[in-house]
Design a protein around this ligand. Structure first.
Ligand SMILES: Cc1ncc(COP(=O)(O)O)c(C=O)c1O
Length: 369
């Protein structure tokens, strides 16, 4: 490898999951096997309606379009309206992406940000916001409030409601303030809405909802993943919608960079976006798992904060998260230490709801021992 190539990876953080090797080994040694609640990867079968659409589109000799088929764009906008009350997005203000991690990691690059620019990310956050900023050498500012940003002028602000890792939901008032502030300064707000359909004790709202943006999508991007709501993480399927000028610019750059969603996946996305039944079923599965796990975790003496939406319990035993990780690993349960998501998570662990009912029930039984 050339020195220049190696210097890009050197800008990036250590891949944190590599540090779980010891805990993983101990959890695997449990006689009834590991319950892996660390990564949050979906495990439920893909709905037949989606698999059929993928199979039917499998003869795809030609290149797909970067913009996505008109049908896919229409389905994405119809789903936004039906499921989340978002209306008024123009047909060319939406774009499919190869999973939203791809878009998030490359957004600062696609927008032409550089070393003098500031990217704001939540204090406890999905690590890819930081990765995207580092790829262009931008400065990262961890801030949950506009006060923390002060007089600084970022180019890009990420918000994530419901949050990974905490499950916290930002209310309409909070989001309205962010939107108003960003518009006054011509800052772009990228709202990662990966868990928007998974509200339990709160009703998450899109940044594009009229109650937040008054029907004006300027300076706003909503980023939607099909990975969790439709269990499609293996397909790599998501889309971005919002400010028509920004979406047009993303399309113009992505066309050159070959960032195309494969034709069969585009067809599968249409099926997933047109069908709310499988999405409701999936939500019910997670609701059940959350219910039993939340009770078991609390009964085992944990305090659970936020977690009113999304796919994680944000939990503490009032000790360093690494100690909790170890305590759980001895019971064959693997979780993610809160420090993966920022220094404020040091005393927490993130417990994912993404395991089969059988594995979740095994975790519940072990926590009661
Ligand atoms: C907050 C958040 N955003 C985005 C993603 C990426 O999802 P995908 O790339 O599967 O669309 C994840 C995945 O876990 C996530 O937690």
């Amino acid at each position: 490898m050339t020195t220049r190539a190696a210097s890009v990876s050197a800008r990036l953080p250590v891949f944190p999951w590599d540090t779980l090797a010891d805990a993983t080994k101990r959890a695997r040694a449990h006689p009834d096997g590991i319950v892996d609640l660390s990564v949050g990867t979906p495990v439920d079968p893909v709905a037949p309606v989606i698999r059929d659409a993928l199979a039917a589109a499998s003869s795809a000799p030609g290149y797909p379009t970067t913009a996505g088929t008109p049908t896919l764009r229409a389905s994405a906008l119809a789903a936004l309206e039906r499921r989340y009350g978002v209306s008024g997005v123009a047909p060319d203000a939406v774009l499919p992406v190869i999973g939203t991690k791809e878009l998030i990691a490359w957004l600062p690059t696609l927008l032409g940000l550089g070393g003098d620019d500031i990217v704001v990310v939540p204090e406890l956050a999905y690590p890819t916001y930081d990765v995207g900023a580092r790829l262009v050498g931008a400065q990262v500012l961890q801030a949950d409030s506009l006060t923390q940003i002060g007089p600084r002028m970022p180019r890009l602000v990420f918000v994530n409601s419901p949050s990974n890792p905490t499950g916290k939901v930002l209310g309409v008032d909070h989001l309205r303030k962010v939107v108003g502030w960003a518009r006054e300064r011509d800052v772009l707000v990228a709202s990662d809405e990966c868990y928007l359909g998974l509200g339990w004790e709160a009703e998450p709202v899109s940044v594009l909802h009229p109650s937040v943006c008054d029907g004006d999508h300027a300076n706003l991007l909503a980023i939607h993943s099909l990975s969790k709501t439709s269990s499609l993480a293996g397909y790599r399927a998501g889309f971005v919608a919002g400010d028509p000028h920004v979406v047009a610019e993303l399309l113009a750059v992505r066309k050159h960079a070959g960032m195309m969603v494969p034709t069969p996946v585009q067809a599968a996305m249409v099926a997933a976006l047109d069908d709310d039944e499988h999405e409701r079923e999936q939500k019910k599965r997670y609701a059940r798992r959350r219910g039993v796990l939340l009770t078991a975790v609390r009964d085992a003496g944990f305090t659970v904060e936020h977690s009113e939406a999304g796919l994680y319990l944000w939990a503490t035993r009032g000790e360093p998260g690494r100690d909790t990780l170890s305590w759980l690993a001895d019971r064959g349960i693997l979780v993610a230490p809160g420090e993966f998501y920022g220094p404020r998570g040091a005393n927490f662990v993130r417990i994912a709801l993404t395991a089969t009912d059988e594995r979740i029930d095994a975790a519940v039984a072990r926590l009661a021992e």
